[in-house]
Design a binder for this molecule. Structure first.
Ligand SMILES: Nc1ncnc2c1ncn2[C@@H]1O[C@H](COP(=O)(O)OP(=O)(O)OP(=O)(O)O)[C@@H](O)[C@H]1O
Length: 359
């Protein structure tokens, strides 16, 4: 079931929560709506669900206009951050609930309900909890039951709103891998809201980055990470260093260093080069091209060494990340002089919002 979102607008009083959003979400894909708090992700999800009416615009499921179709007839399944399972019902009864409340003529018989529920519990790998109460499960297990419950009615579209938001970091990481595998098995068109860029990049087929009710960029996780369309997306998708840069004759420079950028800059001007911490090269030979700097702080995080470097005449600290092996090779200590060289970068000229040619 594909989902088409056509020029959807939603205001709350004077506040524009969703601003003329157009999106086409392909059949069977898992799409992440990613953005900071208040960017309109949940409102858009609720509009897709039919829990909220847009002020204007249309929602289509596989070409069929569902804008005015009531939530109960849209065939959507939900999982929310705090999905209250029925406390006094067993896990089995919770998952069976959506089937048992169907009108008699659509309701499967008892044996069929049992078969379906047990199959779903196996799918979420919790068949052994069927007779437990939700209070006897961990938070992560409860969310998997919530997902089984949402899938029980065979929704055309599955909508998840920060489904792992309330769980601790380790369980969260496990569950998102698990969700990815589950989705690979069932292929139901799914949309999930998150403000966690790592979660969106790891789990989804497609990422939609939102800000102030607008779509800033959409594309595959690799695409949005490697080719951010604008400074907002760049900053939102991970740590980034900004260097003052100058573009002349298609070439960008930071001070005297020519930047090894793949793209050709069509316009001359001043702006900023955006360089991720792992794209900073550190060299010790003072005769090599680079910006002079000193090591201000070293923190070792597992196999990676994170550095804060003070660049001569620089306004801000430069953050760099190098593998531990490389750091040992360099043999530098806190306060040591070195040279810093951006390995890759993307230059946005002042006032530029659209990607330059070649990006
Ligand atoms: N029913 C409502 N009445 C008034 N304002 C609302 C209502 N629902 C949402 N808003 C406002 O619309 C904006 C977008 O909210 P929304 O929940 O869609 O954002 P979000 O990106 O999902 O944020 P979060 O990650 O914090 O949930 C927020 O500023 C919010 O305060």
């Amino acid at each position: 079931m594909s989902i088409e979102i056509e020029n959807v607008n939603k205001r709350f009083g004077d506040f524009v929560a969703v601003d003329n959003v157009k999106l086409s979400l392909p059949n069977g894909e898992l799409t992440a709506l990613l953005g900071p708090s208040g960017s309109g992700k949940t409102t858009l999800l609720r509009i897709i669900a039919g829990l909220e009416q847009p002020d204007s615009g249309r929602i289509r499921f596989h070409g069929e206009d569902t804008t005015d179709v009531h939530v109960s007839h849209r065939g959507v399944g939900f999982v929310f951050q705090h999905y209250a399972l029925f406390k006094h019902m067993s896990v089995f009864d919770n998952v069976a609930y959506g089937l048992t409340v169907k009108p008699r003529r659509f309701r499967p018989d008892k044996a069929e309900i049992k078969r379906r529920v047990m199959r779903l519990l196996e799918l979420v790998q919790l068949d052994w909890t069927a007779h437990r109460l939700p209070s006897q499960l961990s938070g992560g297990q409860r969310q998997r039951i919530a997902l089984a419950r949402a899938l029980a009615v065979e929704p055309r579209v599955l909508l998840l709103d920060e489904p792992f938001g309330a769980l601790d970091a380790k369980v969260r990481t496990e569950l998102r891998r698990w969700l990815r595998r589950l989705h690979d098995e069932i292929h139901v068109t799914s949309v999930f809201v998150t403000h966690d860029q790592e979660e969106a990049l790891e789990v989804s087929d497609r990422v939609v980055v939102m800000n102030h009710g607008n779509v800033e960029q959409e594309g595959s996780p690799e695409d949005v990470y490697d080719h951010p369309a604008n400074p907002f997306v760049y900053k939102f998708l991970g740590n980034v260093n900004l260097f003052r840069a100058r573009v002349r004759d298609g070439q960008a420079r930071i001070g005297d260093i020519a930047l090894p950028v793949a793209e050709h800059h069509p316009q001359d001007g001043e702006g900023y080069a955006y360089v991720r911490p792992h794209e900073i090269e550190i060299v010790t030979d003072p005769s090599e091209a680079g910006l002079s700097a000193t090591v201000e702080l070293v923190s070792i995080v597992g196999p990676t060494v994170r550095l804060e470097l003070r660049v001569e005449n620089g306004e801000d600290l430069v953050h760099a990340e190098v593998p531990k092996g490389r750091w040992r090779e360099l043999g530098l200590a806190q306060g040591a002089p070195l040279r810093v060289r951006p390995l890759a970068s993307r230059v946005f000229l002042h006032g530029e919002t659209l990607p330059s040619a070649g990006a």
